[in-house]
Structures are given as C-alpha cells and as structure tokens.
Design a protein around this ligand. Structure first.
Ligand code: HEM
Length: 168
C-alpha cells in the first residue's frame, strides 16, 4: 500500500541488542511436556522473535502434535527491554485463555522471566496458573527453553523443556 512502511526490513533498535540473539525462527524436533497431573507428552514447536525497529521483539509460537499434526498450544506477544538496562517485560497471550506479563532479566545469552501478572478467562481450559518461570538460553547455536508453573493444585514444577534449531 502506498505510503506504508515495510516493517520487516527495519534496522534492529539499539535497545534490543542485548536480546538480538533471540531474533529468528526456531524449531524444535521434539519438545517434552510433563506435569504431576498429566501424562508426559511430546510436541513440535516453532517460535519466532522478530524486530521491526522498535525497542521490542515481536513474538509468536505455535506447537503441534508430533504424529497427529494438530495444532496444540499457541502464544503471541511482545518482549520489551527497558532501554539501556538488562530488564525485560514479556507480555504473552495463550490460546487456552491466559494473558501473562512476565518480567525478568537478560544476562549474556540467558533470559529468565517470572510472572508479574496473570489474567485468566473465567472458562479457561485446565487448572488456574498462578506462576510461570520461563528460561531461554543459547547453548552453542541452539536455543533452549524451560517453562515451570505453579497452579492452584501444584507447586512450581517444570512443565516443558525444548531445544530449538534456527530455521535458515
Ligand atoms: C507458558 C506456557 C504454558 C502454560 C502456562 C501451560 C499451562 C498448562 C496447564 C495449567 C495445564 C493443566 C494442568 C492441570 O490441569 O493440572 C496444561 C496442560 C497441558 N499442556 Fe500446557 N501450558 C503451557 C505450554 C504448553 C505447550 C507449549 C504445550 C505444547 C504442546 C502444552 C501442552 C499441554 C498439554 C498436552 C497438557 C495436558 C492436556 C491439556 O490439559 O490440554 N502446554 N498446561
């Protein structure tokens, strides 16, 4: 459209340089899911962090069943850095009825985020999530993500571990 800027050719904002290693599309062969209340499961997932020149990374994740290929968990959000610091805030909407603000820090190539606020639809699926802790780290050229959560019935316990390769 005439006059509309091209968002995806933007230069990476200086403020997001500490988290620029996240930029790209990352795909896992098979992530592992587990929790005391459910049967362990495998899943495939693609996550994407993009920069459109703002001091924010845009985020999208979708996962699907390894054999049946049906979509599973979906997330979309924005990872904001407080310019000039290593302080992060991640706003994430989950398809099963949660919206979460996670806050934390980046240290080198490790991001640790913990929930600050959670909103849950009154008829959201599953138990009520009270806390999430998300760790994203680079291991060589692979991205690792571990997510733990506490619910109204369980203390803080790991729910997911996944290793992703960058999609060229
Ligand atoms: C921060 C991210 C996530 C949160 C907060 C979350 C939360 C939850 C909760 C609260 C439950 C119900 C546990 C219970 O009732 O005790 C659950 C179950 C489950 N989660 Fe997640 N989840 C997340 C990411 C994912 C992802 C990426 C997958 C990948 C496919 C996934 C797959 C499942 C499955 C298969 C179950 C069991 C069946 C079901 O309730 O649908 N979750 N999750």
């Amino acid at each position: 459209m005439a006059g509309q800027p091209s968002l995806y050719n933007a230069v990476v904002n200086d403020a997001v340089k500490p988290i620029s290693w996240l930029i790209g599309r990352w795909k896992t062969e098979q992530g592992k899911g587990y929790y005391p209340t459910i049967e362990p499961f495998g899943y495939c997932e693609e996550v994407e962090f993009t920069s459109i020149g703002q001091p924010i990374l845009n985020y999208h994740s979708y996962s699907w069943h390894p054999e049946k290929k049906n979509p599973m968990h979906l997330e979309t959000g924005f990872l904001r850095i407080k310019p000039g610091t290593n302080e992060l805030a991640f706003m994430v909407a989950h398809n099963f009825g949660l919206s979460v603000i996670e806050e934390g820090t980046v240290d080198g190539t490790t991001v640790v985020l913990k929930t600050k606020k959670i909103n849950r639809m009154s008829f959201a699926k599953g138990s009520a999530v009270l806390v999430t802790v998300r760790t994203l780290s680079l291991e060589g050229d692979k991205l690792k993500q571990v997510i733990s959560m506490a619910t109204d019935t369980q203390p803080l316990t790991e729910h997911l571990t996944a290793i992703y390769e960058k999609v060229p």
